[in-house]
Design a protein around this ligand. Structure first.
Ligand SMILES: Cc1cc2nc3c(=O)[nH]c(=O)nc-3n(C[C@H](O)[C@H](O)[C@H](O)COP(=O)(O)OP(=O)(O)OC[C@H]3O[C@@H](n4cnc5c(N)ncnc54)[C@H](O)[C@@H]3O)c2cc1C
Length: 221
């Protein structure tokens, strides 16, 4: 079912990532990690449907999306970058993404972080962050969003990893068996990975080569 909702706030988190705060329709419910189909009544993208993931708490009085905008694609996110407070957007009913199997290691590439934001935010509220760690991969320091929140939630169990940049407080590297082996002690625990297809495939293959079983690796594109 389509739900037309009003954009209540738009905040620039980095040079290309925005946080949208949306009106919450009466009776609309979702759980942490769920995604939606997103549409706009803008001529250039009116037949396009794009998937995004809620990043707010399911108990909040509004809905929240965190979206990386690619103006060069001339698609949905180019139009999202142009949205103004008061504009109408259309969201679907929510659908499932990540299947949680207990505390584990979250490995995100760029905006693949979004389902984990909602999940970790909920775990914080539930007092259930212990035993979880997060590796957040980006190209440069300028691409890292919500760094302070993640450090506040997870302390030394949060690791920001930069592939094309070196900066104090950030690791430097790419996803590989060598990198993960240098950072993770236990490969017999749940792993959750989300990001571009090449990224999650590299994570999965590195983890399995290090002894993680496929059933313990939740993969989202
Ligand atoms: C389940 C799921 C959940 C997601 N959740 C989120 C989320 O919460 N936040 C988020 O930011 N993203 C999320 N994404 C990714 C997000 O859906 C895409 O980034 C978004 O749909 C891109 O839309 P777009 O129309 O701007 O560009 P695209 O649909 O990627 O591209 C539009 C057109 O641009 C062209 N194009 C493609 N690549 C390039 C390129 N490199 N250079 C030039 N032109 C190109 C192609 O012709 C393409 O048809 C999610 C994806 C999935 C599958």
């Amino acid at each position: 079912m389509d739900h037309p909702v009003t954009l209540l706030n738009k905040e620039q988190l980095t040079h290309d990532v925005v946080r949208l705060t949306l009106e919450r329709p009466k009776g609309y419910d979702f759980t942490a990690g769920q995604g939606i189909d997103f549409k706009l009544q803008v001529p250039t993208v009116k037949d396009k449907v794009s998937p995004f993931t809620f990043t707010g708490l399911h108990t909040a009085d509004h809905l929240e999306l965190t979206i990386k905008c690619y103006p060069s694609h001339h698609g949905m996110t180019e139009q999202i970058a142009k949205l103004q407070v008061g504009d109408e957007v259309i969201i679907s009913d929510p659908w499932d993404t990540v299947k949680l199997k207990g505390p584990g290691v979250f490995i995100a590439g760029g905006t693949g972080m979004t389902p984990f934001i909602a999940i970790l935010r909920q775990k914080k509220v539930d007092g259930a962050l212990k035993g979880n760690s997060l590796f957040f991969f980006n190209k440069t320091k300028e691409d890292v969003f919500m760094e302070d929140e993640f450090r506040g939630w997870l302390g030394s169990d949060f690791h920001s990893v930069l592939s094309n940049d070196e900066a104090p407080g950030h690791l430097h590297g790419i996803v590989s068996a060598d990198f993960l082996k240098s950072q993770i002690k236990d490969f017999h625990q749940p792993f959750y990975t989300c990001g571009p297809e090449g990224f999650v495939n590299a994570v999965k293959s590195a983890l399995t080569s290090l002894g993680a079983s496929e059933e313990m690796i939740d993969v989202q594109f």
